[in-house]
Design a protein around this ligand. Structure first.
Ligand SMILES: O=C(O)C1=C[C@@H](OP(=O)(O)O)[C@@H](O)[C@H](O)C1
Ligand SMILES: C=C(OP(=O)(O)O)C(=O)O
Length: 441
């Protein structure tokens, strides 16, 4: 099949009020925890992107009943903690790191053997970061060279509780260990020196797990979960994904004359790094009508076109915007002055090497960029449109595709993106939504 390419062109001011699809991290967890509860859970606003559908398919293959009503509400009949069944075929995780790493954790304390496979992008990503702690709990792994997929896991019953200090700031690794702890006798503990997204902790507590969070003298979070839990079914409302909202937000900032409002965006403190960074660059972003939706804070985000100034990021804030750096680089490419991004080694092991791929794409469309081992230095245009061009290679990475689609809106010649298919993993409807705002695409 030929790759569906796309061209986005210089656009006049974007305007309108929109909402973005449900949060991907919360959607994965809503399905997984509901699948382990005893009884029927209800989920509203689930992200119906390919990544989340991979999680749903895997849970169904292991005995959970997961159905979608005509009105878009999802119902999950859980099997109880420890109750998932041996899958008959390999679990296909598609492009999704979160599905793979969280499900490995979940299954590590189940009496079953599971094989995980994925697409070319996922098959390059490191899994040692989860197989290492899960091996300490007793699970056994046979992986492809370098700890990669395809990988087969034999769960341990009973698993051994561990105390594990995260060597990388990763919510996926934290969650994998906590999920393994759910069916492990005793207390499993994760020490997190740098805070990462806390959706697992919030939602597990909501499902009735015995979970406590303390801080040690250095400020690290210590998360303890008591195993052999009984989870009670829940009614969950999934907020809009701030990582998806990031694209219309930056588009509205860089296309002169824009005024866009995005309703119901998740405002969990562990996810708001991009908004803070953009505000520090001079962005006019107002957070309106702050409220609570299903245990998570949300707000409406009003964005007006703004003159941006260069920024140096604080590496300590990286986890709170880890998936938003590609689009932050686009904002920096249009800002006044030289932006310096550091402490971003983790970007090299996402769906693509997001430092190298963004550097290559930005150069292709006329931006001045220097790649460093842990980040990028970007000389901004000071608000002048970028030159444009392409085709930019997206390397099976949805966030690269959407970032360059947005860049094309503030360019002289427009930008061609080689392959827009990956966008369906996290943001179905992205192109239509941008067109509805007035984007030429
Ligand atoms: O826990 C999660 O839902 C996620 C955690 C992050 O990954 P890491 O934990 O690997 O940084 C993020 O990049 C990913 O999109 C979703
Ligand atoms: C890194 C991402 O997702 P995952 O790790 O789930 O593939 C992402 O969505 O940007």
């Amino acid at each position: 099949m030929p790759r569906p390419a796309m061209f986005t062109a210089p656009s006049r001011g974007l305007s309108g009020t929109i909402s973005v699809p449900g949060d991907k991290s919360i959607s994965h967890r809503a399905l997984m925890f509901s699948a382990l509860a005893v009884g029927r859970s209800r989920v509203e606003g689930l992200l119906e992107g390919e990544d989340v559908l991979s999680t749903a398919a895997a849970l169904r293959a292991m005995g959970a009943r997961i159905e979608r009503d005509a009105d878009g509400v999802w119902h999950i009949d859980g099997v109880g903690v420890g109750g998932l069944l041996q899958p008959e075929t390999a679990l296909d995780m598609g492009n999704s790191g979160t599905s793979t790493r969280l499900l490995m954790g979940l299954l590590a304390s189940h009496d079953l053997t599971a094989t995980f496979i994925g697409d070319a992008s996922l098959s390059k990503r490191p899994m040692g970061r989860v197989t290492e702690p899960l091996s300490l709990m007793g699970a056994e792994f046979v992986s492809s060279p370098g700890g990669r997929l395809p990988l087969t896991m034999r769960g341990a019953v009973p698993a051994v509780p561990i105390e594990y200090c995260l060597p990388v700031a990763s919510a996926q690794v934290k969650s994998a260990v906590l999920l393994a702890g759910l069916n492990t006798p005793g207390i499993t503990r994760v020490i997190e020196p740098e805070a990462t997204r806390d959706h697992s902790e919030r939602m597990l507590a909501g499902f009735g797990a015995d979970l406590t969070i303390e801080r040690d003298a250095d400020g690290a979070r210590i998360i303890s979960i008591r195993g052999e839990a009984e989870l009670k079914p829940q009614q969950i409302i999934v907020p809009g994904d701030p990582s998806s909202a990031a694209f219309p937000i930056v588009a509205a900032l860089i296309v002169p004359g824009s005024d866009v409002t995005i309703t119901g965006v998740g405002m969990n403190e562990t996810r708001t790094g991009l908004i803070k960074l953009l505000q520090a660059m001079g962005a006019q972003i107002d957070l309106l009508n702050p409220r609570d939706a299903g245990g998570e804070p949300v707000a409406d985000v009003r964005v007006r076109a703004s003159s941006l100034t260069a920024i140096e990021n604080d590496p300590a804030d990286a986890p709170s915007m880890i998936d938003e750096f590609p689009i932050a680089f686009i904002a920096a490419a249009l800002a006044k002055g030289r932006s310096v991004f550091r402490g971003l080694e983790e970007l090299r092991v996402k769906e693509s090497d997001r430092i190298a791929v963004m550097a290559a794409g930005l150069r292709q469309i006329g931006a001045m960029v220097e790649e460093t081992p842990d980040g990028l230095i970007i000389e901004g245009t000071g608000g002048e449109p970028l030159e444009g061009g392409g085709p930019v290679e997206t390397h099976l990475d949805h966030r690269i595709a959407m970032s360059f689609a947005v860049a094309g809106l503030a360019s002289y010649k427009g930008v061609t993106i080689d392959d827009m298919r990956p966008v369906a993993t996290s943001f179905p409807g992205f192109v239509d939504m941008m067109r509805a705002l007035g984007a030429s695409a």
